[in-house]
Design a protein around this ligand. Structure first.
Ligand code: RFL
Ligand code: PHB
Length: 391
């Protein structure tokens, strides 16, 4: 079997790329190692930038999203016993949207399949061959036997733990890595959100984030030890800790309910450069990950494949490879902007395990500097709402 573009991974990157290519008449096949129900229920991101929402709409995948998403015009920081609001709409003219990643993934799978784009689930990619020839191929296991897909190009959209990145010889790429000395415990709760906007709380016992999925489902995160076992966190312990960190600040009450899911999240910043090796292009988490504090990972995955789709379109329409050559640098400019922002949000809001009394005072001064002037609030809001894609 031969297609123009073989895609490893049916996450937001792979699914959006397949759709963009289909709309340009370019054929692709998606190979996904997991089952469809697994991919459609994997709880991850919640916050989409305006640019991501626009692209989902423009590609005809936003019908349900437009009915169900929750637009947000601002966010709050809480520290030193006070609440500080960023009026994003006023500061940037933009808003962000809460819509669960698994819901967006469900929509993208449905639209791709309805358009006839093949998605093979339980098809685990094991290797790429002939990347430096005109006819690369993907080896994968499907329905108990090893299969081969030949293509013109390959898009490695198989996430941080996929195989694509590993096919670059160590000498052909450079990795930039930072692991943070804490993790997040994420919980999903059957309870109305404590507040209609996101609350990012800095507390000397650790960071806490109050976010949501709907008017009846809250999503909460707590800074915990990096190797914490979620079983050590009973419901009582979680609620006590959330009450302490959020406090009873300006009338805010932690809205409690049944915890339906709890997971540990690793906090890491990572980039590999370049994002292209011969006929293989990396996109999304396979090339870079950010700690979730800035809510950028899925948004970056979507902007990478938007840039990549332009390169494929130019190539198949005119034969030019100029945008292929520019792909890595174009994406990395935005990736590093988001890396900086995610690192900044993470280091500004979390409590470092080895923080001295000086460090804690300095951190409060930094938070006050950002929240205390329009210039500070605007810098944060511009990044939070999303940096532009510069082609
Ligand atoms: P994905 O989503 O990991 O998809 C990769 C797919 O590849 C499959 N795969 C393979 N398929 C075939 N063969 C193989 N050998 C394969 N190996 C793997 C996997 O099964 C999977 O289906 O990567 P993609 O598409 O690049 O998307 C990236 C996003 O998923 C990720 O960046 C976000 O979830 C990050 N993130 C957030 N991003 C935001 O933009 N806004 C947020 O609010 C936000 N919150 C979050 C987050 C990530 C979190 N966690 C759990 C890490 C909150 C959390 C808690
Ligand atoms: C989420 O809703 O899961 C979420 C929102 C904002 C973040 C991280 C996670 O910064």
């Amino acid at each position: 079997m031969h297609v123009q573009v073989g895609i490893a991974g049916a996450g937001p990157a792979g699914l959006m790329l397949a759709r963009l290519l289909h709309l340009q008449g370019i054929s692709s096949v998606i190979l996904e190692s997991r089952t469809r129900p697994y991919v459609e229920t994997r709880i991850r991101a919640g916050l989409l930038e305006q640019g991501s929402v626009d692209l989902i709409n423009e590609t005809g995948m936003g019908e349900r999203m437009r009915r169900e998403y929750l637009p947000h015009d601002g966010l709050e920081f809480i520290f030193g016993g006070k609440r500080h609001r960023f009026d994003m709409q006023e500061l940037t003219g933009r808003r962000v949207y809460i819509y669960g990643q698994q819901e967006a993934v469900k929509d993208m799978i449905a639209v791709n399949l309805a358009a006839g784009v093949p998605i093979h689930f339980e098809a685990k990619v094991s290797a790429f061959e002939g990347l430096d020839t005109g006819k690369p191929s993907i080896r994968y296991m499907h329905e108990g036997s090893e299969k081969t897909l030949t293509c013109d190009y390959i898009a490695g959209c198989d996430g941080f733990h996929g195989v694509s990145r590993a096919t670059f010889a160590a000498g052909d790429r450079r990795d930039y890595d930072r692991v943070y000395p804490f993790g997040w415990l994420g919980i999903l709760v059957d309870a109305p959100p404590s507040h209609h906007e996101l609350l990012y709380c800095h507390h000397e016992r650790g960071f806490a984030l109050f976010t949501l999925r709907s008017s009846t489902v809250s999503r909460l995160y707590l800074q915990v030890e990096p190797d914490e076992d979620e079983k050590n966190w009973s419901d009582d312990r979680i609620w006590n800790e959330l009450r302490v960190r959020l406090g009873n600040i300006d009338g805010l009450k932690v809205s409690e309910g049944k915890i339906t899911q709890r997971t540990m999240v690793e906090m890491r910043s990572y980039v590999t450069e370049p994002m292209r090796h011969e006929r293989l292009f990396l996109a999304g988490d396979s090339a870079h990950i950010v700690p979730p504090t800035g809510a950028k990972g899925m948004n970056l995955a979507i902007s990478d494949v938007y840039v990549l789709s332009k390169a494929f379109t130019a190539f198949y329409k005119t034969g030019t490879t100029a945008l292929f050559d520019a792909y890595s640098d174009t994406c990395l400019r935005r990736v590093w902007g988001a890396q900086h922002f995610s690192w900044w949000m993470t280091s500004m809001l979390h409590t470092m395990p080895d923080a001295s009394a000086f460090d804690l005072k300095r951190q409060i001064a930094e938070l006050q500097t950002v929240c205390g002037s329009r210039a500070g609030r605007k810098l944060l809001a511009e990044n939070y709402a999303g940096l532009p894609i510069e082609m």
